[in-house]
Design a protein around this ligand. Sequence first.
Ligand SMILES: NC(=O)C1=CN([C@@H]2O[C@H](COP(=O)(O)OP(=O)(O)OC[C@H]3O[C@@H](n4cnc5c(N)ncnc54)[C@H](OP(=O)(O)O)[C@@H]3O)[C@@H](O)[C@H]2O)C=CC1
Ligand SMILES: O=C1O[C@H](COP(=O)(O)O)[C@@H](O)[C@H](O)[C@H]1O
Length: 509
Amino acid sequence: MVSLLENPLRIGLQQQGMSEPQIIVIFGASGDLTWRKLVPALYKLRREGRIAPETTIVGVARRDWSHDYFREQMRKGMEEIYGGVEPEELWSDFVKGLFYCSGNIDNPQSYQKLNTFLSELDRQRGTRGNRMFYLSVAPNFFPEAIKQLGTARMLDDSYKHRLVIEKPFGRDLASAKSLNAVVGKYCVEEQIYRIDHYLGKETVQNLLVFRFANTIFEPLWNRRYVDHVQITVAETVGVEDRAGYYESSGALRDMLQNHLMQLFCLTAMEAPNSMDADSIRTEKVKVLQATRLSDVHNLERSAIRGQYSSGWMKGKPVPGYREEPGVDINSTTPTYVATKFIVDNWRWQGVPFYLRTGKRMPKKVSEISIHFRDVPSRMFQSASQQINANILTMRIQPNEGISLHFDVKMPGAEFRTRSVDMDFSYGSFGIEAKSDAYDRLFLDCMMCDQTLFTRGDEVEAAWQIVTPALSVWDLPSNPSLIPKYEAGTWEPVEAELLINQDGRHWRRL
Ligand SMILES: NC(=O)C1=CN([C@@H]2O[C@H](COP(=O)(O)OP(=O)(O)OC[C@H]3O[C@@H](n4cnc5c(N)ncnc54)[C@H](OP(=O)(O)O)[C@@H]3O)[C@@H](O)[C@H]2O)C=CC1
Ligand SMILES: O=C1O[C@H](COP(=O)(O)O)[C@@H](O)[C@H](O)[C@H]1O
């Protein structure tokens, strides 16, 4: 264990500031995300002294709750997730800043009532008109909520009023464009914070540092040395109680278009001019605009969907997707998706990027692996009789870290090789790298830093790439034709073929 005094990763933690007093208005405050992630993240920030004590939270939803009932619900949430609130005195003070204002997103009077209440709170709590409006509601409400907030002049001050939009931002290119148009009518881009919680993960941010703070990898980071790249986000959970949302979403919309494509961008983009939000986002847009599915006319060669059937997880039987509560018994919604991307630029021409994500996989693991080209001529015999290309793996979660896979000589008279890993693990520094992401994103939004939020053109560029697959998969199709994989196993055989056809295989994780 490294002592705190000599632990280099501790130093950064002591250098961070505190946000201005402000009111955070959460639309959808009686919903799952609020008690599960948002309020716990805000409390964590308060406990760490990262947000001003005056910070005030106002929950909005239709249910006729009182302030006290809202506070009780949030406390119950903390108990369920963290086993309690700590320290008790701080929580008591924190909940004094929790309020509830019932209202309907469609109703203009709800906004008048809310606005009056917010002005009153500004006086009581010293929040000086600084406001963050967080849309934690189903995506079909986004346009109406923005329109109503705009019409009620609650987004007028581009310095003090910020709008946070949960994912998914649109469900295809056309809907993303029309949502961007609504946003653009009432706000300037500097007020908009489109959430992709993967960008809040320490290990995702570390991709930028790893690539652009080190010189030794850059000369290798291109088509001359890289054979291909794999990006995997595998989950063990099934659809849980979110069938209502997931049935109309599926793995491509829920995960690949946003989280995996952010990992892709940070891996494939060019170095930004600086670390400011727009420089980074401009580079992401550029690489997205150079990217396409490898073959849009033959999807089996570029995009594969799959759905889990019943199987076993940790020794227990689990139902198939179509047997889950709220799911149509003939559902064609994919719970797995794999794509092959081609990047038409000088750095990556000819280097395929394979992306895959699925629910009910054998392991929860998210990682990016860079597979380097083989040596031009093999001179040594490998002990495992395998071809061992060098692989650089960036582990996003769990066991956060980075490892480099390379060959060494086995001790003995012969030149026989075996593969070993050189490993950096966040855990070995005694640092929690897996902040829940929402705390970091809240803080950045309060500090008006948009670096970890997606820009309007970036979202559209990402939809542009995957929309050819969606436009086929959204057509009515015979349920028996959706590729299947048993819960607790890796991808369907069709997804194996997607990569095998190129003489490669998915990493076994
Ligand atoms: N839950 C999660 O883990 C994640 C969620 N998200 C996204 O976050 C958002 C919220 O998700 P989640 O909390 O799970 O959703 P829920 O379905 O649990 O909550 C929806 C909320 O919207 C409110 N609501 C519904 N209709 C109206 C209306 N007409 N006027 C005002 N409020 C209304 C509901 O309250 P009431 O019925 O009282 O009005 C409820 O508070 C979604 O965009 C989702 O995609 C993203 C990542 C993860
Ligand atoms: O946005 C979402 O992400 C979660 C996975 O997030 P992670 O931080 O646990 O990797 C996923 O389960 C959910 O379906 C999706 O909406």
